[in-house]
Each structure stands twice: as structure tokens, then as C-alpha cells.
Ligand binder design. Sequence first.
Ligand SMILES: *Cc1c(COP(=O)(O)O)cnc(C)c1O
Length: 408
Amino acid sequence: MTRADVQALDREDLFAPLRNAFEIPEGVIYLDGNSLGPMQGATRRHVADVVSQQWGEGLIRSWNTHDWIDLPTKIAGKIEGLIGVPKGTVAVCDSTSINLFKVLAAALHARPSRRVILSERNNFPTDLHIAQGLIDLLADGYELRTVATDELADAINDEVAVVLLTEVNYRTGRRLDMAELTRLAHAGGALTIWDLAHSAGAFKVELAAANVDFAVGCGYKFLNGGPGAPAFAYVAPQHIKDLRQPITGWFGHATPFNFVDDYAPAPSIERMRVGTPPILSLAALDSALDIFDGVDMLALRAKADRLFEIFSSVVVPECPELELVTPLAPNQRGSQIAFRFEEAYAGVQALIAQNVIGDFRTPDIMRFGLTPLYLSHEDVWQAAHVLVKVMRDRLWDQPAYRVRAKVV
Ligand SMILES: *Cc1c(COP(=O)(O)O)cnc(C)c1O
């Protein structure tokens, strides 16, 4: 594929006009939107306005006059549209980790005779750590059982209370068959929790069609909500009424502003909430999500697949030392491309020095997010050629590139 070929694709690209909505520094090719989505100009302006007008001038009155109180519900509506679920099933609050704690505890409570949480080895650490901490806290014979991906189906048995999985693996980009694994879990009498950190905003997610019980997801990756953006939790409609969420804060109460002594959960999804919503962070997420309005997620995904083909067709033949670990079949992968390389950390530093930003995941993964809203075909072609140069000329082979930063 030549530069002229990819430029031709860019001329026909439906998403090209959206690119200018993002304020990406001149010269940077940003392949890390799967880790921290970039900022939009509209988001920068909206947050500035919320700070100076709504907070600065409106002060506490803004809870009502600017409807701060219903901001989480407004944002939940936007996310519900992206993950294929009905209104009133998503709460926007806390972090992914904390929401996982809440839904996992609730799910275990709903399967009282079973003691096993089944998950995948090499799942994202927080998913496993939260399960371990909850098991320790409950001190009631629970067990976290992790198996290899291909052993999941066989591991579902009548001991399993909850199957806790991440749809897209953060290292390899492998995507699990959510509908099929959910079907198998239900056939075995278990409930399911899906972590959508690398799914929401990356492709069309159909949680309700897959009959998923619970899900959690992240606001700052493909949703571009800003560093540490609020996360979300989904609870299937049939579970909301009896949901026992363990962090019983006043914002999950049926009547928080009656200030009563005894906890009574809100009858709705709002019982997932804990404390006062972080309005500045919510304002950023609210504004960031507007770009998805009118986006055809199938077309978005089709472009991501083309970006994958461009990147792999340039890199794979030229760089035998890089092992492609992301599945080639489009329905078996998320929206990233990842390679195994012994000096992956140094390789990523050398790329960043060339203004191509990707990231490293221990021990040996170089990972590149493919985000069609703001990446052109030419960007990805260009980035792939920079990677080829970094490998061919061994630009990574410098002591400075082996010094690990605190955040990788
Ligand atoms: C990024 C990510 C998270 C993040 O959790 P936080 O609580 O926001 O730190 C959780 N799960 C997966 C699979 C992730 O990729």
C-alpha cells in the first residue's frame, strides 16, 4: 500500500470531518486513545465554562439551576445508546474498579449457594484484585478460579456463582465471544459480569442482546472523558429491584435529601451510586460523548479494521522480530494492534521520541490503539513506517530508553 493509496482512503473517509474536533498536538500521531482518549476543543471550552460560570458564579445553586444533580443520569443515557441497553440500566459513577466491587458483591449475593468466581488468567489486574479483596472481606469460603481463555467454557460448572470477564484483553486485543460465554454461564446457572473498558466506544456493543447480567466500563479510554473520568455500571433490568450493592452511601438512597438515619436503596439503577457526583469530571465526559451522536458504530468499526490492515501490512513483512499477538479475524479482536518484542519498552520510548505515541504493557507488549474518530489512514500508515524504521535502524537500542518511568 502506497501513501497515495491511503490518501485516497482518507478522501472518502466519512469520519474525516470529526478529526478537527480533537486538539491533538501538531505532529503527534496518537495511538494511545485506548488508554487515555485525547481532548476535544468542545470539551475544553465546556469544562472552562462549568468552572467559571456554573461553579464560580452559580455556586451551590448550580445543583438545581444547572441540573448538576441529574448530570450522571443524562450521561448514562448517552452510554446506554453505545452499549445496546435500555434506558435506566446504567449508572455513571466512581471508577471501573469500584463499580466492579459493587456489581461483583451484588452478583455473589444473588447466587448464595455457590462459592466460585470464574475468571481468566491474564485478565486486567484490577478485575482479579477486586475479586481477591472482596473474597477476603466476605470470609465465607469464596474462591477466585482463573483458567486459560480456551478453558473457560469447560470450567463453568455448578460451583460457579459468577463468570467475570473482560471482553477485550488489554494486552493482546483478543476479543471474547460475549454472547456465547454468557449463554454458557447461564446454562450452568451462573451470572455474568463483563468489563467493557476496551469495548465501549470502540465498536457496537450489544449487552442486552447477549443477555449480560452486569457490566462495567471506563470513561477515559475510547470515550475520551479525560484522565480518571467517571466510569459506568450496567445492571440488567431484571436484577435492579433486588440488587444488593454493598457501598450504601447516601447518593444511592431512595431519598438522599430527606437525611434519614436508615438506609433504603433507591428503587432504580441510582442505587448503584455512592456519594456526591464529581461534577467537573462528569462535565468533561458529558461533552466528550457528544461526538458519538450520529456515529454509525458499524462504519466506525469498518474503518478501524482498515486501519488494522494498513498497520499490519506495513509492519509484519518488514519486522520479523515483532510477533503480532492480536488475532487477524476482525470479530476476534478489539480496536488495537499489539506486538510481542523482547525490548518492547525501549521500542515504545523510541517511537514516542519520533512523535508516535503508543504504549507498553509488561513484560513485552507494544500496543497501539486504533481510533477512527481522529486517526486518518495516512496517520496509521505513517506510524507503521516509523515503527519499521525504529526496528530496522535499532533506534530503540539506547540505555535511556530502558529507564522505566513510574507510569508505563
Ligand atoms: C483500564 C481498565 C480498567 C481501569 O479501571 P480503573 O478503576 O479506572 O483504574 C479496568 N478494567 C480494564 C479491563 C481496563 O482495561
